[in-house]
Write a protein that binds this ligand. Structure first.
Ligand code: AQP
Length: 355
């Protein structure tokens, strides 16, 4: 019996300017994982329709996220970069997963509750089914690892639940066809067609908070531009936003325990640590006892040093639209071949006469 080959998949929605949270929580990890694994990175344009169907500039935003991937260091030749809607097998598998997942599972998703707000009856069905499409994005490649920010943890748990239910419901067919793969779950060894995907979450920057409110995550859709640092912000804008970031009057502590109950301080230390690739403890060792009036300029310098080259590369790559489109087309073809191989077996397992 074979075991799953390590494969990384992740996606970003083309719903606005990428910010430091997207970069530190997700894209920086995408870049690092390229060294050790085969990776597939996707601009999830179908997901972006769940919140807002009509986008004036969906195509432009899809290209812009692609440029951000490339500018950050993702290699589209060695790995795969494409936009989701090019590979229709994502939607096909999502439909099957809609029939595997239970409405109760979807109703419990905190992202659905947050995004639907009080008027749940009026939210799109797509918003409710979002995690099912996300599970399909991952499992259509039978991906084993998914780098994401902490906000996506619950969706990844649901992805595992969907995989496990599919594996259980169809276990006799999977065995008959001999398409099962061996997996360890705790002490047990089980066989299934879909892997139980592992999230890659963690480090000091797994959840970057708003610069204006340490209790809210940094988000593309926050109405205040001062709440986030966009990857395209220039040096002056980055410095201004960090200068204006909300803080408390106390000096920085020397130990991580001292950040408890100080969400804004904890956030700025986490950002510094994420950008410098060190732990929060190491940042506090250097800056413990210092005031924010000293720490903020150091953080601004570091942010500019790390982000300015990416912004410059993004501008250069974005100017060559034909190149960006060619990357997406080529990536879509390669992703499509892999996705179709999975779907052929899925259709056979279920008994759909589509092959
Ligand atoms: N604040 C954050 N800290 C760490 N990671 C984050 N991510 C998003 N915000 C933070 C991670 O970025 C990846 C891509 O996110 P997405 O655009 O697909 O979806 P999102 O989580 O909905 O992003 P936003 O910025 O919050 O958009 P809106 O405002 O539209 O909801 C994911 O891996 C995510 O975890």
């Amino acid at each position: 019996m074979s075991s799953f080959k390590p494969l990384v998949f992740s996606g970003v929605q083309p719903t606005g300017n990428l910010h430091l949270g997207n970069y530190l929580g997700a894209i920086k990890k995408f870049v690092a994982l390229q060294e050790t694994s085969e990776c597939i990175y996707c601009v999830v344009d179908l997901h972006s329709l769940t919140a807002q169907l009509v986008h004036q500039d969906l195509a432009e935003q899809t290209r812009s996220i692609t440029a951000a991937f490339l500018a950050s260091g993702i290699d589209p030749m060695k790995h795969i970069v494409f936009n989701q809607s090019r590979v229709m097998q994502h939607a096909e598998l999502a439909w099957i997963f809609n029939c595997v997942a239970r409405i109760g599972w979807m109703n419990r998703m905190t992202q659905f509750k947050d995004k639907a707000g009080k008027d749940r009856e009026n939210a799109s069905l797509g918003l409710l089914a979002y995690p099912s499409l996300m599970a399909a994005d991952i499992l259509v490649y039978r991906a084993t690892h998914v780098p994401v920010g902490e906000d996506q943890k619950q969706h990844l748990e649901l992805t595992r639940d969907i995989a496990q239910k599919f594996n259980n419901d169809f276990s006799p067919r999977i065995a008959d066809l001999g398409v099962g793969v061996e997996m360890r779950i705790g002490e047990e060894t089980v066989h299934g067609f879909f892997p139980l995907t592992e999230p890659v979450i963690g480090g000091p920057a797994a959840r970057i908070m708003s610069l204006r409110d340490g209790s809210k995550k940094m988000s593309k859709s926050d109405p205040s531009d001062l709440s986030r640092i966009n990857l395209t912000d220039d040096a002056d804008t980055i410095s201004k936003k960090i200068r204006k970031a909300k803080t408390d009057p106390a000096a920085l502590p020397s130990e991580a325990d001292g950040l408890e109950g100080r969400p804004e301080a904890e956030n700025l230390v986490g950002i510094y640590a994420g950008l410098a690739d060190v732990t929060a403890e190491a940042v506090l060792k250097e800056f413990g006892g210092r005031q924010f009036s000293e720490f903020k300029p150091a953080l601004a310098d570091l942010a500019v040093e790390k982000l300015a080259p990416i912004a410059g590369e993004m501008r250069r790559i974005s100017a060559d639209q034909a190149y960006v489109d060619a990357v997406l087309r080529d990536g879509g073809e390669r992703a499509g071949a892999k996705a179709e191989a999975t779907m052929k077996t899925v259709r056979e397992i279920i008994g759909l006469l589509g092959n």
